[in-house]
Design a protein around this ligand. Structure first.
Ligand code: HEC
Length: 180
């Protein structure tokens, strides 16, 4: 094959490969890479059963037979956009584009991740009564399986924290347990 023929064949092929690699490294879904973000609490923290029971796609009553007393543990992650504000010890307001993920494991701190509850800070005006946060629940093993529907109950609890941009942040190093 002549030089021109080689270039004609090789260049488009190599460009295809580069594109495929870039696509694989930069998934469009921002949540997919949450494990690479800043971990806010270094080790999974035990969750109060009442919170564990309510922090679900559909809340269950604590007295229900779906036993909410199975110990649940959480770890919180924040993306680079929200990191600085999230780690501040002062009351905060996170910038648009911030994402906070709360990862939940059921049974033991080493169990596989069952569920993610997620807060995404949207543009100003997205939900003014609620700090412009979007609430999501995501399957821990299949991150593409997620819902934003019927999550009004999420907001009722987080509204108590309006003064701190609707965040609890009681798991920050040095603050664990202070609001319980
Ligand atoms: C019963 C009250 C309650 C409800 C309802 C609730 N949460 Fe929470 N949430 C909390 C508390 C308390 C924390 C702090 C961590 C902890 O103690 O478990 C928290 C923490 C979080 C965090 C970490 C950021 C922060 O606020 O510090 C996210 C993300 C989150 N919740 C998402 C959700 C989503 C999504 C829903 C609805 C599916 C929801 N929550 C429903 C009480 C609640």
């Amino acid at each position: 094959m002549g030089r021109a023929g080689f270039l004609l064949l090789y260049l488009p092929m190599s460009m295809l490969c580069v594109c495929a690699v870039v696509a694989a490294q930069a998934p469009l879904d921002p949540i997919a890479s949450y494990r690479t973000w800043k971990k806010v609490n270094a080790k999974p923290i035990y969750m109060e059963p009442a919170v564990a029971a309510a922090c679900l796609p559909r809340p269950i009553a604590v007295s229900s037979k779906d036993n909410p007393h199975v110990p649940t543990y959480f770890t919180v992650y924040v993306n680079a956009t929200g990191e600085r504000a999230m780690l501040s010890s002062e009351p905060v307001k996170l910038p648009a584009g911030s994402i906070v993920v709360k990862e939940k494991r059921v049974g033991s701190p080493d169990a596989k991740v069952k569920l993610l509850t997620v807060l995404i800070k949207r543009q100003r005006g997205y939900a003014t009564a609620n700090g412009d946060w979007q609430y999501l629940v995501v399957d821990g093993t299949d991150l593409s399986h997620r819902t934003t529907d019927h999550l009004e109950h999420c907001k009722s609890c987080h509204a108590e924290q309006k003064k701190d941009d609707y965040l609890f942040r009681d798991y920050l190093p040095g603050r664990v347990g202070t609001s319980r």
